[in-house]
Write a protein that binds this ligand. Sequence first.
Ligand SMILES: [Zn+2]
Ligand SMILES: [Zn+2]
Length: 817
Amino acid sequence: MEKKYKPEIIEGKWQAKWNDSMYYFEASPDKVPYIIDTPPPYPTGDFHIGNALNWCYIDFIARYKRMRGYDVLFPQGWDCHGLPTEVKVEEIHGISRHQINKQEFRELCRQLTSVNIEQMKGMMRRLGMSIDWSKEYVTMDERYKRYTQLSFLKMYRDGLIYQAEHPVNWCPRCETAIAFAEVEYEDRDAYLNYILFRKILVGAEKKEAEYVEIATTRPELLASCVAVAVHPDDERYKSIVGKELEVPIFAHRVKVYADESVDPEFGTGVVMICTFGDRQDVRWWKLHNLPLRASIDERGRMTEIAFGYEGLSVEECKRKIIEDLDAKGLLKRQERINQNVGVCWRCKTPIEIISTRQWFVRVRKEEIINAAREIKWYPEHFRIRLENWVESMEWDWCISRQRIFSVPIPVWYCKRCGTVKVASEEAIPVDPVVTSPNTPCANCGGTEFEGEKDVLDTWMDSSLTALWAADWSFNAGSGIEFPVELRPQGHDIIRTWAFYSILRSIALTKKIPWRTILINGMVLGEDGYKMSKSRNNTISPDEVIQKHGADVFRQWAAIGGAVGSDVQFRWKDIVAASKFMQKLWSILRFSMIHLSDYKPFLNKKESFTKEKKNLRVVDKWLLSKLNKLIVSVTASMENFKFDEAMKDIRTFAWNVLADNYIELTKSRLYGRGGEEGKESAKYALHQTMKTLSVLLAPFIPFFAEEMYSYIANAKKEGEKSVHEEKWPEPDMIDSEAEQEGDLIADIVRAVRNYKSKRGIPLNAPLNKVGIYVDKEGFDTEDIENATATKVELCKSMSEISEGEIIDVDGTKVEIIR
Ligand SMILES: [Zn+2]
Ligand SMILES: [Zn+2]
C-alpha cells in the first residue's frame, strides 16, 4: 500500500468494477420495500452542487436502508418538458418556435434533452450514487406520456379537471399562461401617478369639488378601469360611495364602492379596480360582479378597448397616457416608489393577469392541508410553508400552456357543435393535433374535430413520480407499495413539486404520496451568498472531485450542516475531509501490517466472540466504544442526522482508534508480550476496521469498499462488496472495561506529558510509574509498553514513595524519573 491515498485511482477502480445490478430493486416478497421518490431533475446538462447535495442525502439513506435489509428502490427520472429547453433550442439554432413546424421543433428539444441527460448521468455515477438504473424513466418518452395523459383522463372523468374562462397569470413574452408557483416577485422602481377622475355631479352636489384624486402605478390600465373603491370608514370619501366617476381619457363611467380591503393609507385612499392589475382586482371583480374590460392582449399589446393606444406595448402606452394626462391637466403629480412586481420565473418579464379559456385542476385546500399533516416532515417547520402557500392560492391550478415541448392535452372539439371529446384510454398517448378520434361526436354525431393545441404544464408530469415509482395502476388502484416511503427534495420547490404531488396523489389514489418528506437546504457560496454566476461564487461538484475525489465531496455533504438548513460551501471543509481520508488510509495501512495474514475464522475466534473473556481490557475498551458508535450512528441515520453520524465516526477513528488505541497496542500487535496479547489485539482491530468500513459505506462508498476489500476479503472470504454487507448490530457494551480503558489511556497521556515537559524522549524509559488503584488484576501491560516503563500497582497511599504525584481521573499516579 502506498503512503499517500490517491482517490483518483481508487475511485476510478471501483467505479469501473461495480455492477449496476448491486443496486437493483428486488421486488422480493421476503423484504420490506423502501421506495424513494427521487427528484427527476430538469435536464439542463448541469448537475450543480445543489443537486449533488440533495443526491448525497438520498444516497446515504438508500445505502443505509439497503444494509438494514430493506428492498430499496432508488429510481432516477428526468423531467424533460417545459420552457427552458424550448428557449435553449431557439437560442442554439437561431430560430423562433414559430418558424418551424411543431414536430420538428419537438424533435430538436428531444435531441438536446438526451444529450443533457447523458452528461448529468455521468456526474451522478462519478459521485457514486447507488441508483437503480433499470428503473430509469424519461418524461418525454411515450410510456410516461401515456401515464400523464391517463391521469388527465381519470381526473377529468372525476370532475377534477375542467375548462373555463378565468383570469390567469400570463407571461406576454413567453405567450403562455403560468401557474401561481411560476410567478416570482422582484422589487422594481416605479412611479405612483396622482390622476384626477371627474365626479358626475347632479343638482345640489355641484357645489362640491369636481375631481377625485386617485394614485396608481398603472395608468395604462385606465381603459380597463371598471370601478373605484374606498374604505367604508374613510370620512374623506363617504359622500362619493355609490356615486359615479368618469375615467380620464376614455370617459367611461365607473361606480364607487366601499370595500374593507382598501388601504386608506396608500396613495389618496382611493383605488381604481381594473381587469386586471393584480390579484386584488380579480377578487373585487368577482365580489362586485364587475364587467370585464381587457385592454392588454396575449402578446402584451393594447387592445381596441384602449382606443387611441391600440397596438402599443404596455410600456409605450404608459408613457403616452402620462403625457396625455399631463397635457390635459389631469396628472397632479408623480412620486417615485419601490414596487414589488410579479414577473415570469423564466424570462423575468412582468406578468399580466389576463382572462382566457384555460384548463384547470381543482385545488381542494382542506384536503391538501390535511394530507400534509399526515406526512412526516423533516424538518417539521417546512410543513407550515406548504400550508401558507395553499392558503394563499386565489384560484385553481391552471394546467394548460400555450407552448410546444410538453405532453399534449388529449382532447378534441367537435367542429359542428363545439363539444369536448376526450381521447379513449386505448388511443393514448395521443397528439390531438395530429390524430383524430375514431368515434363521432356524442352530442351531434359530427365527425370532424379540431385538436386541442394547448399542452400540459410540466408539473402535470412530475407530480406523478411517486405513483410511477410505485408502479401505481390507475385502473387497478394498486402498486408495489403506496404511499411510498420517502420524498427527498429542496425547500425551493415545496410550493410546486411537493404541493402538486400531494394534490395529485389525493385526487388519483385518495392516499398521501409518501410517509416522509425530507427537505434539503441550498448550497451557499464561500462568501455566504446564494451561488450565482453574477457573483462569481459558484462551485461545481466536478471541481471538488477533480481535486479531492467524490468521497471527499460526499463527506462535505454529510458534515456541512443539518438536513434542511442551507449549507455554506467552504474549501477548508473540503481540505479537512481530505485530511480525514489520508488519516483513514494511514490507519488502514498500519492495520494491514498486522491483519494481512489474519484469518478470523481459523484463529481462536470462538473464545473471543462467545464471551469476549479472553480479550485484554484495552481491546474490550475499543470494542465497547465501537459498539456505542454503532448505536449513535444508527440513531442518527434513522433521524437523517448525517452530520452527527459522520462527526461521530470521524471522532472515533481519529481519537479513539488512531490516537489512543493504536498507540496503546502497537507493542502487543508486534508480538512483544506473547501470542495471546497479540491475538487479542488483532481480533479487536479486525472487528473495528471491518465495522468501520461498513459504517462508512453510506458516506464514502469508494473508500469503504477499498477498506473492506483489504480487511474482509484479504483471505479468501470471497469477493463480496461492502455494499452488500449487513449494517452492524451492537453486541457488547462493557462499561467497566471502558472505564478502565479510559484510565489506562489517560495515564499514558499523563506520562507522555510528563516526559515532553522535561524534554525526555517519548520512548525513553523512566524509573517507575506507580499507580494507586484498588482493583484486582488491573491491566498494566499496555501502559508499560506505551510508556516503556515498569509499572507498579500500589494498594494504599503509604506505599507511594518520593516521586511526582499526578491525579489522573481521580487516581493517584506516581512518576519517578
Ligand atoms: Zn416569460
Ligand atoms: Zn358535435
